[in-house]
Design a protein around this ligand. Structure first.
Ligand code: 13P
Length: 250
């Protein structure tokens, strides 16, 4: 089953009021170049989600969050719930980015709760998985990814509201990209694993690649078998780069 590509920007800890011009510019670009083959997603910081959702209402661009709480509401200072994201019309939420796992000690159990919560609010979860350089050097990549998938995808996760992003930790923000044959091997592994878990329904789940994707390598990476899109950090912050990436697919 061929599915639309998903090209997603993860803005991380970047984005201020002045960057509203980015989304206005992207909406204009999208109104000229309607996209049949690509879903476009921007995940800005929480502070910009409301404004971005309003500005993209009549476009094909979707807005998502980079994380959310595992709780619904209550005495959890500083948290933002999936219910609040749904209230703003966010349609995706990234879960388990390696930066959350590393700096906030997020483990697979917690991520499982977050995914369930996100899906309960009819938001699609993008579960990030990835190995460290040490894992790769010790030939543990597939085992690590398998454990991350098993741990985060238990308890009746809904495959219809799920995407996976494979982001090797050592490729994030470094300019390093795995050999394309290694990306293919990993995506093949994830695809088989999802098929075991969800049968036919797994075919709808897109497996994105993330880690140093830019306008020069995106076309080749997205041509690899079982790569269903890209999760882009640095290159998603500049409108020129984003347009040049999107133009290659629409
Ligand atoms: P870079 O594209 O900056 O390497 O970041 C990738 C990433 O972490 C996206 O979630």
């Amino acid at each position: 089953m061929s599915k639309k590509l998903l090209i997603a920007g993860n803005w991380k800890l970047n984005g201020e009021k002045k960057d509203i011009s980015f989304i206005k510019n992207l909406v204009k670009f999208n109104s000229i170049k309607l996209s049949k083959n690509v879903d476009i997603l921007i995940c800005p910081p929480f502070t910009m989600i409301d404004r971005f959702c309003q500005l993209t209402q009549r476009s094909q661009i979707q807005i998502g969050a980079q994380d959310c709480s595992e709780h619904d509401f209550g005495a959890y200072t500083g948290e933002v719930s999936a219910n609040m994201l749904s209230d703003l019309n966010a349609s995706y939420c990234i879960v388990g980015h390696s930066e959350r796992r590393l700096y906030h000690n997020e483990n697979n159990n917690l991520l499982n709760k977050k995914i369930l919560n996100v899906q309960k609010n009819n938001i699609k979860a993008i579960l990030c998985i990835g190995e460290s350089l040490l894992d790769r050097r010790n030939s543990k990549t597939l085992r690590v990814l398998g454990n991350q998938l098993n741990g985060a995808l238990k308890n009746n996760i809904n495959p219809n509201l799920l995407e996976i992003a494979y982001e090797p930790i050592w490729a994030i923000g470094t300019g390093l990209v795995p050999d394309y044959s290694d990306i293919e091997e990993v995506h093949d592994y994830i695809s088989n694993k999802l098929e075991k878990l969800y049968g036919k329904k797994s075919k709808k789940i897109r497996i994105l690649y993330g880690g140093s994707v830019n306008s020069k390598n995106v076309f080749q990476i997205l041509s690899i078998k079982n790569v269903g899109g890209a999760l882009i950090g640095g290159a998603s912050l500049k409108i020129r780069d984003m347009k040049s990436i999107l133009k290659q697919f629409i």
